[in-house]
Design a protein around this ligand. Structure first.
Ligand code: BJW
Ligand code: ZN
Length: 246
């Protein structure tokens, strides 16, 4: 693809620029992972209330676990795409770089990013609501379901459901990175879920140059300085071409 990159954006693509990349499910779409909203997306086939709330888990933990284990198995069939790999290069290039993701799929980790603020948790983590014990279960076995903790508590997926608070430490870190950034990329997110969705506008209010990368404009386009329309797996590698050599 050929991308029109403005002079302004080019001038910011130097290692000393403080950069945030904020990602959503669209970044993993080209790996074959369903997004949440839109045609053929998760929430058009499954009701949020039945799978992604604490009430759903209390009512039927087995059903919720079976759903998460199905999603884990689907993710295991995939690999990071060229968008994830480009974001890993961003981390190596910019001296002050923060990756903030709403994604729980672990593909940014597998692409090689080292520092990731996971706002909505990690689908590979299993957590005990009673004693706080947690474990990483990378092979998606997790049987027998629903898993029990040593303390006899019922383990749950380590993700953030609707109505639950985000980790305060992670969210505060994300807010300060957004406020401190000079260049903020909002990539592959509908920017509809709060409080994560405030981050692009917060960055803008604090002086960042905001660039949206998406296959269609979202509400973030109203205040973004630029919208680069296209797949993140195509747009982000194009941006790498403008990194200063050496
Ligand atoms: C591409 C592409 C390609 C496709 N290239 N792009 C203020 C106002 C109103 C409501 C609230 C509010 N504050 C809180 C709320 C309630 C709620 C909320 O926001 N609701 C809104 C939906 C209205 N928020 C919460 O409940 C949050 N908690 C909270 O606020 O705590 C305080 C509190 C406590 C008690 C009571 C009230 C408040 C928690 C939110 C947790 C979200 N969890 C999920 C599930 C995670 C676990 C799991 O995976 O199962 O997180 S929901 C789901 O949405 C997931 C995502 O991270 C999140 C965001 O979705 P995302 O990533 O943007 O995906 P999509 O599908 O929406 O968009 C994909 C985009 O990609 C599209 O734009 C495409 O065009 C694009 N695209 N292909 C580039 N190739
Ligand atoms: Zn426990």
């Amino acid at each position: 693809m050929s991308l029109r990159v403005t002079e302004k954006l080019r001038s910011l693509l130097i290692p000393s620029t403080r950069v945030v990349v904020f990602t959503g499910a669209g970044v993993s779409a080209e790996s074959g992972i369903a997004t949440f909203r839109g045609a053929h997306a998760l929430w058009s086939n499954f009701r949020i209330e039945d799978y992604a709330t604490p009430q759903a888990f209390l009512a039927d933990p087995l059903k919720v676990w079976e759903w998460y284990n199905w999603r884990r198995r689907e993710i295991l069939k995939t690999d990071p795409n060229s968008g994830h790999l480009a974001i890993c290069e961003f981390e190596q290039y910019f001296k002050d770089f923060t990756l903030i993701t709403q994604n729980v799929d672990g593909l940014h980790d597998r692409a090689g990013n080292q520092k990731i603020l996971k706002l909505h948790g990690d689908i590979w983590e299993t957590r005990c609501p009673l004693c706080g014990d947690s474990a990483i279960d990378n092979d998606a076995r997790g049987e027998p379901l629903p898993p029990l903790c040593r303390c006899k508590g019922r383990m749950r997926p380590g993700v953030v459901w609707f109505g639950e608070s985000l980790s305060e430490v992670i969210y505060e870190h994300a807010v300060s990175s957004a406020k401190n950034s000079e260049l903020f990329f909002s990539v592959g997110t509908s920017a509809e879920v709060y409080p994560a969705a405030v981050l692009p506008s917060l960055a803008k209010q604090h002086g960042a140059y905001v660039v949206e990368v998406n296959i269609e404009k979202t509400s973030a386009a109203d205040f973004a300085d630029e919208t680069l329309l296209g797949k993140s797996g195509e747009v982000l590698p194009e941006i790498l071409k403008y990194f200063a050599a050496g």
